[in-house]
Design a protein around this ligand. Structure first.
Ligand SMILES: [Zn+2]
Ligand SMILES: [Zn+2]
Length: 126
């Protein structure tokens, strides 16, 4: 425990906007948006390193962070684990149980599609 009264994150605050699950190993981009590391690797790298939410180019930032091995926002990750330990554990188990890579293209397409419909909905609402 971090001790002195940390403010737990609500589930909404700890949710990844790409996969709508709890943020696992969050990567916080310079624009302030956070996505899970695996979502970052899947979608951000596929979209030529732009933030999937605001389209900010993060390529040089990402290169620098990977080089320094500081891509994951350790403080936020700690806070999420403290706020939602049970959810994190379950998601980690799920993820580790999956055969990594291979045949995941379908789901990536799906994520990009749902992002697109999200943008459309926002435009209508605005
Ligand atoms: Zn995610
Ligand atoms: Zn952004």
């Amino acid at each position: 425990m971090a001790g002195r009264g940390f403010a737990p994150l609500s589930l909404e605050e700890a949710r990844c906007p790409v996969c709508s699950e709890i943020l696992l190993e969050p990567v916080t981009m310079p624009c302030g948006h956070s996505v899970c590391l695996h979502c970052f690797q899947r979608t951000v790298k596929l979209t030529s390193l732009c933030c999937p939410l605001c389209r900010l180019r993060v390529s040089s930032w990402a290169r620098k962070q990977s080089r320094e091995k500081s891509l994951v926002n350790a403080e936020l990750w700690e806070l999420i684990r403290l706020s939602h330990p049970e959810r994190c554990r379950r998601r980690m188990e799920q993820r580790d149980g999956q055969t990594a890579d291979g045949g995941s293209w379908g789901s990536t397409d799906y994520i990009i599609m749902s992002l697109k419909s999200l943008f459309t909905l926002r435009q209508i609402a605005a």
